[in-house]
Design a protein around this ligand. Structure first.
Ligand code: AMP
Ligand code: TRP
Length: 328
């Protein structure tokens, strides 16, 4: 069976962009793949974290994985730092990575600017190498992620190809898997920026655990335009196009059909229906989350997941050490 791997950082405020860009695919892929889903706490510490909050956020993401429908009977769910192979492989890959290629990563450029003269942590620079280690450690075939991770997948493939060129058969070549709609959900208050966990305005995003009243407020306030026509045109109508993408990915109705449905009607009707669809989609997730988050079962699932993940990781590391001539 082919293998899927993906991860989400435990940094709070998991939102609709994370869901439509990544988590929704995690669930669908379980039918046909052996799936490994990780909570990437070592990626989270590339920027400063409060240790107590980080621990809670790890369990939050784990509970959300299960709440959206990741099934621990089928898939492996675990915390990155529980499997030492990630750090070990990351170092080995570091020695085959180049300053130039890492300097070109847009996420690094974004995250390292505007730091008010503060130093830039090396971990932020090495972030894509750790991500490549995550993926290659599990002989991954497919990586479901949002569009913002495209460059990181490419560098992972470059590293795998470079090393396989020297030491054939060391790594399985992975491929990115991006959803058709929803791969890049934009901020509701500013559709030129992507929806993010860290934006100050809470109405810029819909968090997966938002109450119906908050969802309604955020959508009704969402930036549109003055043209009054529900039409998909990212360049000229980024706000409406973003709402159409959300509507389409949550409902499964195509964008063309939605354009027809709302022809000659204003944004009010369109937004009201979108509120209903979003509330209905998120209500069961919130309910399951409440049931799981503080259950004793959650940590057991993660412990068992780490054991299973570690068994795969150890096999890969044996092969990698052999390829590189490391150890006895
Ligand atoms: P992160 O929160 O950065 O760990 O991201 C977790 C997953 O959500 C990754 O696969 C991202 O590509 C995806 N993601 C994050 N923000 C968005 C967004 N605004 N639209 C679509 N996917 C996103
Ligand atoms: N960098 C990803 C993000 O921020 C999270 C991540 C870390 C990841 N390791 C991964 C995603 C491996 C897919 C595969 O969204």
């Amino acid at each position: 069976m082919k293998r899927v791997f993906s991860g989400v950082q435990p940094t709070g405020n998991i939102h609709l962009g994370n869901y439509l860009g990544a988590l929704k695919q995690f669930v669908e892929l379980q039918k046909d793949y052996q799936c490994v889903y990780c909570i990437v706490d070592m990626h989270a510490i590339t920027l400063p974290q409060d240790p107590k909050e980080l621990k809670e956020h790890i369990l939050d993401v784990a509970a959300l994985y299960l709440a959206v429908g990741v099934d621990p009977q089928k898939s492996i769910v675990f915390v990155q730092s529980d499997v030492p192979g990630h750090a070990e492989l990351s170092w080995i890959l570091t020695c085959s990575s180049y300053m130039g290629e890492l300097s070109r990563m847009t996420q690094f450029k974004d995250k390292s600017k505007n730091r008010d003269g503060e130093s830039i942590p090396t971990g932020l620079f090495m972030y894509p190498v750790l991500m490549a280690a995550d993926i290659l450690l599990y002989d991954t075939d497919l990586v479901p992620v949002g569009n913002d991770q495209k460059q990181h997948i490419e560098i992972c493939r470059d590293l795998a190809g470079r090393i396989n060129g020297k030491y054939p058969g060391t790594f399985v070549m992975p491929e990115g898997y991006f959803p058709q709609a929803g791969a890049r959900i934009m901020a509701l208050d500013d559709p030129t920026k992507k929806m993010s966990k860290s934006a100050e305005n809470i109405h810029s995003r819909i968090s997966l655990l938002d109450e119906p009243a908050k969802i309604k407020k955020s959508i009704m306030k969402a930036t549109t335009d003055s043209d009054g026509c529900v039409r998909f045109d990212v360049e000229n109508k980024p706000g409406v196009s973003n709402l159409l993408s959300i509507y389409s990915s949550l409902s499964g109705v195509s964008i063309a059909e939605l354009e027809q449905r709302y022809e000659g009607r204003g944004y009010g009707d369109f937004k009201k229906d979108l509120v209903e669809i979003t509330v209905d989609a998120l209500a069961p997730i919130r309910q399951r989350y409440e049931e799981i988050r503080y259950s004793s079962e959650l940590k057991d699932i993660l412990k068992e997941g780490a054991q299973k993940a570690d068994a795969i990781a150890q096999q890969t590391m044996k092969r990698v050490r052999e390829s590189f001539g490391l150890g006895l």
